[in-house]
Design a protein around this ligand. Sequence first.
Ligand code: P1T
Length: 382
Amino acid sequence: MSIRSEDFTKVVHAGVEPDPRTGAIMTPIFQTSTYVQQAPNEHKGWDYSRAGNPTRDALEVAFAALEGARYGLAFSSGLAAEQAIIQILNPGDHVLVCDDVYGGTGRLFRRLFAKYGLEFEFIDMTKIENVAKAIKPSTRMIWIETPTNPLLKVIDIAAVSKLAKQAKAHVVVDNTFASPIYQSPFELGADIVMHSTTKYIGGHSDIIGGAVMINDAKLHEDIKFVQFAAGAVPGPFEAFLLLRSIKTLAVRMEKHSENAMEVAKFLSQHKKVESVFFPGLPSHQQHELAKKQMRGFSGMVSFNLKGSYENVVTVLQKMKVFSLAESLGGVESLVNHPEKMTHASVPEAMRKHLGIGPNLIRLSCGIEGTKDIIADLEQALS
Ligand code: P1T
């Protein structure tokens, strides 16, 4: 399990060419909304920044390179990226969604898009027979998040993609948790890959953003049309910051995953811990699959603490290296309480069924020193 050598190189150079006018090695921030035209609709390739902007163009080339795709599209948030993907569907279409998705993803599908005649069915995709059984003639899309948020379940992308091809449905993979460094869904048969770039790709807790990567020209055209027509695009400054972040993605992921592995091992031996969820532990239900389809296990670890909810709050408040906050994937370690924070919008019955309860804690392991992270958990748990 290691990062491919070429990925360290790829992230440094992805999408970035010296500026043709000045030779500037970094892509300039084209902070402009519009472009002067020579005659009506005669211009240098850009007419309005919702449609295109040179800084965003460079980012979209970088996004494509990260996933080894032909096309990349940038959005103003992860949810805006999801929205654009769903908006290529038609009323009556059926979408299969893995049950343990980010709370906001479930909310977008259940509370917003279900109003427009789309049908969403949430199922446990760790059992491939569930997917086979749930596919019906109107199934047009299968939405996979793997590893899942917050329970770190792992779904077999290749097996789901095979079923989807037979059914002529598109497979979307939310690759946010693994990052492009540790998982390549296109190599496993996916049609669309998306990221909340707010997380590992941005990496510094200072940007909200989203990415969509596609290989098929028609799918690209359809999602690009939504991007242009609906307009949830990032500004040039966000695009610049992301181009800057991507250069260190591989080195950051290496430290995130080293820390998470040590945290998972530490927690699984701790007497106050009931259960640990981390795909890198041999005790994880889909550990063998994770080893097969991932190149590393990334930086997220969830666990159930023994004791009362009051004990849980005390532990959360005693942490110092870990800050209590929503989000993940930044250089600083974060701790989150899914039931009360990121997954509060999941229907209660579903939360209970999944096991997102009062004792569940989710850690985003940052890139601080491993010993300091472990020491922080040790003192908070003591
Ligand atoms: O927050 P936004 O950039 O819109 O991305 C939404 C999103 C999509 N997919 C996954 C897997 C995510 O984790 C998220 C956002 N998640 C959090 C804010 C969180 O703390 O889990």
